[in-house]
Write a protein of this length. Structure first.
Length: 79
């Protein structure tokens, strides 16, 4: 399932921010808190049926930049 247009706009903006952060920030640890906050806000707006697609989009943007979510992220999202 796709997400609503307003959610896709936010995902696209997050992807654009990630491009900037990767180019300008020395280490991913410097942007993880902001990335996590923004991604969390997007996911909070998703209907249950949209969540998997939104998560896949976020994972794809990270993979595109050879980034992985920090280990602590998995434990937080499963609780």
């Amino acid at each position: 399932m796709n997400v609503r247009p307003e959610i896709q706009v936010q995902l696209d903006a997050l992807g654009e921010m990630l491009v900037h952060w990767v180019a300008q920030v020395r280490h991913p640890a410097q942007f993880w808190p902001q990335f996590e906050m923004l991604a969390g806000e997007i996911l909070d707006q998703c209907a249950q049926a949209e969540r998997d697609h939104a998560c896949a989009c976020i994972q794809a943007m990270l993979k595109e930049h050879a980034l992985e979510l920090p280990a602590w992220h998995d434990s937080k999202t499963r609780s």
